[in-house]
Design a protein around this ligand. Structure first.
Ligand SMILES: Cc1cc2nc3c(=O)[nH]c(=O)nc-3n(C[C@H](O)[C@H](O)[C@H](O)COP(=O)(O)OP(=O)(O)OC[C@H]3O[C@@H](n4cnc5c(N)ncnc54)[C@H](O)[C@@H]3O)c2cc1C
Length: 438
């Protein structure tokens, strides 16, 4: 079958562009045979390939990506490796306590696997275990924080309240009425992390970038047309996020969404003095449709907000410019004392959501496996899913695998154009309701 839509990544990803230039890519050329072909080198694919190589040190593994590692959603994200997720479509985060505890256990396994690689290979990615701040700018936001604290109480999870003064002492901004700090989240530079992970993969993994898989004949063995060549594999792992639907799996189950980030230039010494506040920190919004903000180690401000429904999977330049305008408003609202601070970069990245919040994980057909549809939070979760997928293929058993094997699958979506209309209206309504939290 032909793979219909391929990822098209521009070069606006600030996290990647502030790093030293990338070395040339190594695309697929000619024909080769491997034991495992992993399609997609984001957090999920990087972890799946690494774990496969650990479990099968003699196997030949190919990790393929359509573009450059670091320029995918993994390298474009906001860099909150979250243990307890704030689901963008669930009001009560801990409505189902056992399921929530299971998610936290999975996310922590992902964090641990990342940490082991970061420490073993001294990957420089501004790794910071300082936790995250949930922040409210409105009365509704404060109510949402109260509800969240109630859920944390049920989970017996630690947290700390911050009043408006403490939030200003942290951020320098008088914008927030209240905050709630939870430990357990790791802040990091996402492009630096994924590049470091890719550079330090075990030797039995061949990494091919700029190698979109444009065709697949399912076997096994499976034949992939990729880059300027072909790869034949006994087992195929789909770790390519919302693009997995293009391979004929869950194609009518994944809601394609893009969310957006912008990064300013580094603040000048005078701006840093005018702003005040502390060094690097990370804020997630009380309202899930609000704005995440970070002050980075090199004194830039990151803004992330807006979920755009994107039926074509790749957003347009007009979408990007629209998101940038929204980000400028969010920046000015929070930091009126920094009128000259401009964004150097604005970028979008794909997410895939399911209607019922379930992931796609496990065996899809003979020798075809997949882990995708991470429902918006993928650093820790994607890493855990990738690692567990390799363990699933190896026939392992564990509590976490049990959770994944018993998880539901994404449920079917309404047909288009009802889906398009429904999601667009829902997102517009939620954006409106977020008000000043945006
Ligand atoms: C702006 C933004 C902010 C975010 N912030 C956070 C955050 O703070 N914390 C968090 O946990 N998550 C965050 N996310 C979500 C997170 O980035 C994703 O959930 C995560 O990257 C998904 O990982 P993945 O490996 O499954 O997919 P991806 O990172 O999307 O990787 C999939 C790869 O598959 C490749 N691919 C697709 N089709 C093909 C093909 N035909 N051939 C070859 N390769 C192909 C793509 O090129 C891509 O590299 C954010 C996302 C965005 C866009």
């Amino acid at each position: 079958m032909r793979v219909g839509i391929l990822p098209r990544a521009d070069r606006n990803n600030g996290w990647l562009e502030i790093l030293p230039p990338l070395p040339p890519a190594n695309p697929v050329t000619g024909c080769r045979s491997v034991d495992y072909a992993v399609v997609g080198a984001g957090f999920t694919g990087l972890a799946a390939a690494r774990r496969l190589a650990e479990l099968f040190p003699d196997a030949a593994i190919a990790l393929l990506d359509a573009g450059r590692i670091g320029n995918n959603a993994a390298g474009r994200c906001s860099g909150f490796a979250i243990d307890q997720a704030h689901n963008i479509r669930t009001k009560d985060f801990a409505a189902n306590l056992e399921a929530e505890k299971a998610q936290i256990a999975i996310n922590r396994a992902g964090q641990d696997y990342l940490k082991a690689a970061v420490q073993a290979h001294a990957i420089a990615c501004d790794w910071d275990e300082g936790g995250k701040y949930h922040a409210a700018a409105t009365g509704d936001g404060q109510l949402a924080l109260q509800a969240y604290a109630g859920n944390l109480n049920l989970l017996r999870a630690p947290y700390r309240w911050l009043d408006a003064g403490a939030m200003q002492a942290l951020t320098g901004s008088p914008f927030y009425r209240q905050g709630l700090h939870t430990p357990g989240t790791i802040l990091l530079q996402p492009a630096a992390l994924v590049l470091g992970l890719a550079r330090t993969l075990p030797g039995n993994i061949a990494v091919f970038e700029d190698s979109p898989v444009t065709g697949v004949s399912y076997g096994p063995p499976h034949r992939l047309v990729a880059g300027n060549g072909e790869i034949t594999a006994s087992a195929l792992l789909l770790t390519n996020n919302g693009f997995a639907g293009q391979f004929g799996h869950c194609s009518k189950h994944l809601i394609p969404v893009v969310t957006w980030g912008s990064l300013t230039r580094p603040m000048t010494g005078a701006e840093i003095a005018r702003l005040g506040g502390q060094g690097d920190w990370g804020i997630v919004p009380a309202n899930p449709f609000g704005t995440s903000v970070r002050r980075t180690v090199d004194n830039r401000i990151l803004v992330r907000n807006i979920y755009s429904y994107c039926s074509g999977l790749n957003p347009t330049e007009a979408d990007r410019l629209w998101a940038r305008k929204k980000h400028e408003t969010s920046l000015r609202n929070r930091f009126p004392m920094l009128p000259g601070l401009e964004f150097d970069y604005t970028w979008g990245g794909p997410l895939s959501l399911s209607k019922n919040g379930e992931p796609a994980f496990g065996t899809f057909a003979g020798g075809v496996f997949g882990a995708f549809c991470l429902n918006g939070v993928g650093i820790a979760r994607g890493t855990a899913y990738g690692k567990l997928l390799a363990e699933h293929i190896a026939g392992a058993d564990s509590d976490l695998l049990e959770i994944m094997r018993n998880a539901g699958r994404p449920n079917p979506l309404p047909p288009r154009p009802f889906l398009d209309l429904g999601v667009r209206v829902d997102f517009a309504r939620r954006r409106y309701r977020a008000g000043l939290e945006l």
